[in-house]
Design a protein around this ligand. Structure first.
Ligand code: SF4
Ligand code: SF4
Length: 184
């Protein structure tokens, strides 16, 4: 007997499928998404794949990686569905299911946030140095050289920008968010 994915206890996307169960495929989310042009599928198609139990295809599509959490779709969905949260949940489920695929993204994110916590803003030179160190790939810095140069020419990156609010000024805020996340 075939078990429907929605009732399969091993279906890791079951809770997310439930979040968008009332989708009526109107396409408003796709039409309003600023990142839809670079997504491999539109958000509407993603929700249809999810509803159809296509767990592997949903995870492999990587659509959620392109979501920048702008909340446009959530605000405009006529069903009032928590679409941004569903995208975030898909990112987490995908990272849990295949941690190696997201290794670089996770290291980038952790070093970025560590810099923000320490200085109240990101210090690009420091954060990228630690990221390159984590990645242990001597050729990786070379691939970032053209982008770094363009950003420096435009004054977007400074070698030693000032910190805000003193050392670890944002530490208590970060600790509070972590405590809330662990409780939810
Ligand atoms: S806007 Fe809401 S109802 Fe319409 S396709 Fe998107 S998720 Fe479904
Ligand atoms: S929250 Fe994500 S999916 Fe929704 S409109 Fe913004 S970028 Fe697109």
């Amino acid at each position: 007997m075939t078990t429907h994915p929605a009732s399969d206890p091993k279906d890791i996307l079951a809770p997310i499928r439930e979040m968008v169960r009332a989708c009526m495929q109107c396409g408003t989310c796709s039409g309003t998404c600023p990142n839809q042009a670079v997504m491999p599928q539109t958000p509407r198609v993603l929700w249809a794949m999810l509803a159809g139990g296509e767990t592997e295809a949903v995870l492999e599509s990587g659509v959620f990686v392109y979501c920048s959490s702008c909340y446009h779709c959530t605000l405009r969905c006529p069903r009032g569905l928590p679409l941004t949260e569903a995208m975030a949940a898909l990112k987490q489920a995908s990272a849990r299911a295949n941690p190696w695929a997201f290794k670089a993204t996770q290291r980038f994110y952790h070093r970025f946030m560590a810099s923000v916590r320490r200085h109240g803003r990101v210090k690009e030179a420091e954060f990228m140095t630690w990221y390159f160190w984590d990645m242990k790939n001597p050729f990786l810095p070379l691939s970032y050289l053209p982008l770094g140069f363009r950003l420096m020419v435009k004054g977007k990156v400074r070698p030693e920008p000032p910190s805000f609010g003193g050392p670890d000024a944002l530490g208590p805020l970060f600790d509070r968010v972590r405590a809330l996340e662990e409780r939810s």
